[in-house]
Design a protein around this ligand. Sequence first.
Ligand code: PLP
Length: 381
Amino acid sequence: MNDMIYFDNSATTVCLDKAAAAAKEYMLEKPFNPAAAYSAAVKTERDLNAARANIASKIGADPGELIFTSCGTESNNTAIFGSLKAMRGKTRVIISPVEHPSVYEPAMELKEQGYDVVFAPVDVTGRVKLDGLAALMTPSTGLISIMHVNNETGAINDIDGIYSMMKRLAPECLLHSDGVQAFMKEAPVSCDMYSASGHKLHAPKGVGALYIRRGVRVKPYLMGGGQESGMRSGTSNMPGIMAFNAAVEDYALNRAAYRERILSVKERLYGNLKRIKDVTLNSPPMGEGAAHILNVSFLGVRGEVLLNALSEKGLCVSTGSACAAHKRGRNRVLNAMGILGERQDGAIRFSFSHFNTVDEADTAAQMIEEQVSLLRRFRRR
Ligand code: PLP
């Protein structure tokens, strides 16, 4: 990756050396199944539970409240489909229209099955409007799923505020929050279920976690050998889990420094881009959204054309969620925010990690300026 500038860290991150070393250790030196009975396996099970306790502690949870999954998508699917029984006959499900496909598509499946799926209104940055959400919280509401940090704009939802509002207006309802873009980066929040994913945080792909508050009865999504206290069968992914734990520990130790570094890159890039004519900010104002996500539109340019031109120069960015990149049609998320027309067409998401530098922000801005003016010249001819 030395010859490229990687500004697509919301899609995935490079694996930390420490995380890769932990994975290697559990592949080559400690390949034991933690469910086996001999002493090496029992020791592996202890390591698994220590990793669980450590990761759970980062959101103020007990070890018994955290299960490991294969990814954020699995965590979200488990939370949504698994909650149906706990909804006890209630039929209303509330999500926001800007949820990641791994929440949106399960909600659409529930709609097909006859559930009353409704959308909480969002503002122009994708943040859920609390009064609009409150108006939807009827006694028939059984599940609310609202993301913590929006993956396209970095807007941060007030999950604590939503939870206390829900406790007042629909006390039997469950609140799930997709924390895939927020875990370790934002302060922990109160809710009934919370999803996280390792590869957004410098662990390898293939590991995630789901917090399920004690007392919340979620039906397992995968059944079989009864691993993860019966909540998620399948032999534990020890290399992935131990790597996830190493990445979480690294983030916990360096959180303030990483945040400062990431913010400085974001602010530098935006400061540079603002100087280009006809650039609009789709993220919340600087200082308000998540530090690692910046979404801007270059009016008069098609985002995917700019993305390809920048890719040729070694700059990796995105026009939206990688999971939706292969889907045709308009951008559902930007549509719901009211970002339409030229502004939607020219939207680009930049997302950062602590491996990025302000020099990269300067180089990237120069490349972008050149490509934008070239593309605008073609288009306006
Ligand atoms: N939720 C959000 C907000 C995301 O950004 C993503 C990935 O882009 C996911 C869920 C899915 O996570 P995973 O790739 O681990 O399945």
